[in-house]
Design a protein around this ligand. Sequence first.
Ligand SMILES: C[S@@+](CC[C@H](N)C(=O)[O-])C[C@H]1O[C@@H](n2cnc3c(N)ncnc32)[C@H](O)[C@@H]1O
Length: 331
Amino acid sequence: MTDASPQSEGDLAFFEDLQPPASDFRADVLAGLSRPQKALSPKYFYDKTGSEIFDRITQAPEYYVSRTEIALLDRIGPELRDLAGPAAVVLEPGAGSSVKIRKLIDALDRPAAFVGMDISGDHVKAACRDIASDHPDLLVGAVCHDFTQGIDLSALPLPDGRRVVFFPGSTIGNFELDGALALLQTLRGWLRDGDALLIGVDLRKDGATLEAAYDDAGRATADFNYNLLKRINVELDGTLDPSGFDYRAFWNPYRSRVEMYLQASRDMAFSVAGQDFMIRKDETIHTENSHKFTVDTFQDLARKAGLAPRTQWVSDGEPFSIHWLEVSGEA
Ligand SMILES: C[S@@+](CC[C@H](N)C(=O)[O-])C[C@H]1O[C@@H](n2cnc3c(N)ncnc32)[C@H](O)[C@@H]1O
């Protein structure tokens, strides 16, 4: 947490900068590359370039996730308006370019406030400014923070009113199940009686569709992965050669997840932040998982986090779900 109170900036009612220190990135990368199965945390994909590449991914024909969720939001808008009631205060962790929030703002009954929150501070600030200028009656704030870390929401100048925490994009699927449970518990902590978590959760489907979605022919997802190596080179004085890696995405039906890797095409020595590493031909760096749920497996997890499923909707076409969860009082 910073000691400074959130500042207003341009059209934004406030911007709170809780960006994690650069030392976290360094420590996490060194620890991940030192493991027997080398791994990097997907939260580091999202520097400025990574956030822009993610927007390209959402446009890839094979990446059904974004367009399916947007179509479902359009379909359920009137029900969301009734559930949220007037003057809701909407918070979106991992907001990114805030495309989907526009659907929600348009659907709701005169929402009082929107707060976009993301680890990619400049990106979320710019996206929230655009929303503020398009919605002059809405109080719009932005926060740069890591949603896996705590945040004191009472430090933000939020109006009273029902809080709706909006967590689309099936970002919850990027976590191992214990991490997903912990994150749901964190988000539950943002809610009071009567508030809600509105969350998008991708559902199991056939492996070919999933592998194509996460390894698009236009190579956007591959570029997203290579960009993480480039980010390490620039920010951590790394000597990784992205051209020495092939990008791979596999559907693992036993763990119900798509697993993404960078696979070395030859033996390579490299260094990061002054530490030396070796990767052998065919050895992999695990960069991301995207877990796929059924409605039941997700709702069981939500209940364990103290969230009571009230309503859920499943898309037409490729199955994708959106859930309205309320505080159950049991966490
Ligand atoms: C899969 S994208 C989803 C973006 C947007 N919500 C959507 O549905 O299209 C994940 C977003 O979460 C952000 N993000 C990832 N890990 C994060 C973390 N630990 N804390 C805060 N934001 C994070 C990324 O910067 C990115 O904008």
